[in-house]
Design a binder for this molecule. Sequence first.
Ligand code: ZN
Length: 392
Amino acid sequence: MPTPRNGRYAQALEQAVAGVIAETVRIAEIPAPTFREQTRAQYVRGRLEGIGGWDDLHVDSLSNVVAVKRGDPSRTRVLVCAHLDTVFPDEATPVTRERGKLIGRGVGDNSLGVATLLAVASALQTAPPGNTGDVILAANVGEEGLGDLRGVRRLLKDHAGDIDAMIALEGHALNSIQTDAVASLRYEVSVETEGGHSWGAYGRPNAIALLARAIVALEALLPEVGATPKVTMNVGVVRGGRSVNTIAPDAAFELDMRSADVEVLQQLYQRARTAIRNAVGGTGELRMRRIGNRPGGHVEVSAPIIEAVLGARRASGLGAPEFRASSTDANAAVAAGIPATCIGVTTGGEAHTPREWIRTAPIRQGVPYVGRAIAAVAALPSGALTRRAIGR
Ligand SMILES: [Zn+2]
């Protein structure tokens, strides 16, 4: 697969590396919980404006920031996404630096991804690699949790017919390339009863007890650890009741089910629904409200988009990656029939916790790698990325 050997572009990427750590810190210190990404979005828009030269630069009504650089119509049009949102609350927390690491909420997931998007943006403008199709850079909203990929779904809708490939950037994923998009289904399961005083109305059904039966029933359906294809189920949140001396009139839990195999996921969902209904019986009012539906699919390792990324790894001196099943913005593209993957910039750990950290040294290779990968995919002749590369 051709990797553009444009020396000036490679040099511009190397130069952009210098600012990435400081940029990561600035971005991480602007709070951006899912659904409240506006401030971080405005900051990124300002940075892109500062770089300049875009054929289009705007923030859409969801707060997705979009910068378009038009290219050669005979080449691949690529959408590059780095999500703005974090799983943390709407309060600023400092990032600390110690011995080759950055430590702080969202440093790798995904402040580094956004900072890398900006570094690549700057290289694309100062020394365009040439021979590429349109590059649409997006710092998008709604990747985490209940955001349910709303940002990228909107981008795919707004640019329907204008995109041949999609690349998601995640700070932590330097050593892996996403080839399986893990689908997930999420439900809020709730039970309502009449309730009443725990002494005076004793004997009436208790919503918490009914819900507990449903959770116990799900235990029997838990997929085996190590099953292939992997499939998982988790009750992540439980709430309900009013006071210690009230027969609980309401209770709810949130259920998450995942698999890279969409059929297997559907089967698990059917069985879970039946088990919940049987467990609660006709006593209380049972509701299952879908709160998440992440699509999934598979991209072959031999697909041109993956080969182009592998070429960029080699050109950047990186070793063989792990081909991984994960759940990222790339899922929405894969499910829409667009070849897509997720790649990363460094390594680290403890994502989604206040102790999240990333290694700073690999960023020196990670940023040029990501920049080369984007140019390599965009340099593919249009039509090279066929939908046949995708399985469901
Ligand atoms: Zn992420």
